[in-house]
Write a protein that binds this ligand. Sequence first.
Ligand code: NAD
Length: 299
Amino acid sequence: SKTPVGFIGLGNMGSPMAKNLIKNGYPVIATDVFPECCKELQDLGAQVVDSPAYVAEKADRIITMLPSSPNVIEVYTGSNGILKKVKKGTLLVDSSTIDPAVAREMAVAAEKMGAVFMDAPVSGGVGAASMAKLTFMVGGLEEEFKAAEELFTCMGANVIYCGQVGTGQAAKLCNNMLLSIGMIGTAETMNLGIRLGLDPKLLAKILNMSSGRCWSSDTYNPVPGVMEGVPSANNYQGGFGTTLMAKDLGLAQNTATNTRTPIPLGSLAHQIYRVMCSRGYANKDFSSVFQFLREEEAQ
Ligand code: NAD
C-alpha cells in the first residue's frame, strides 16, 4: 500500500490536486487555516489535522499549495510549522508560486532538519488541476526528483526538471510575465478592433490564423462572447485572480531588479495589474483587463 502524502493549502488549486492523489490511491493528510476548505476531501477519505507540524509527524512526502511567500515561510518555519516536527528524509514539495529566493531559504532550513525541499510551481488553471493536466516546473536535487515525479504524474500531464532549487519558480515567473503581457496586448488589440467596427469573433478568428495569435487570443480570449467556457464568458468569475497575477509580476520585478535585467513591458504590466486591484478587479480573473480598458476609455 502507498505511504501517506501530506497536503497543506486546500484552496482553488490545492483541493483538486489533493483529490487526484486520493484518486490514485494515496492516503492524504490535509490541513488549511480554513478547515471548511478540507470538508470535501474529508468526505473522500482524507485525514484532516490541525497544523502543518502535525502533517509533518505523519507523512514522508508533503505538498504545499499556498498563496504567496509569507504563507510559505509561516507553514514551513512558523511555531506550528512543518520544520518543527519534520522526520529525517521527508520530501517537501512547494507548488505555490513564490519568490525563488524564499524557495532557496526553505531548502536550506529543510536541509538543517535532514529533510529535502523542492520547488514545483504549476502552470494550468483550476480546470487543468481538476483534470490532472497541470505542468510542473521543478527545481531541486536531481537524485530526489524520482520520488516526487511519481506524485506529480497523478496531478499533471507535464513534469519538467529545471535545475537547482528556485529554478522552477524562475521558469514560472517568466511564463506568467509573458502571459500578462500577452493578455494586456490581446485585450487592447481586441478593444481597438471593436472600436474600428470589427466584429470581435471575426477579429479573434483573423488573429488566430495570423501572426498576432497567442494563448490569450486563441484559448482564453478576454472579450465576452468570443469563446465559451472561459472566465470572460462568465463575468470574469473563477480562473486566475488579478491579485495573484499582480503578486507574480511583483516577484518577476524583484528578480529583474536583483539581476539588473530590463523588463519594460513586465514592469508596465505589473503597474496595470496593481491599479486593477485597487479599482475593484482584485477578485476577478486576470482577463478582466479588457473590461478595465473599456471603462478607462468611457471616462
Ligand atoms: P487560494 O487562495 O485559492 O488557496 C490557498 C489556500 O492556502 C487557501 O485555502 C488558504 O486558506 C490556505 N492557506 C493560507 N495560509 C495558510 C497557512 N498558514 N496554513 C494553511 N493553509 C493556508 O490560491 P490558489 O488559487 O489555490 O493558488 C495557490 C498558488 O498556486 C498561488 O501561489 C498561485 O499563484 C498559484 N497558481 C494558481 C493558479 C490558478 O489558476 N488559481 C494557477 C497556477 C498557479
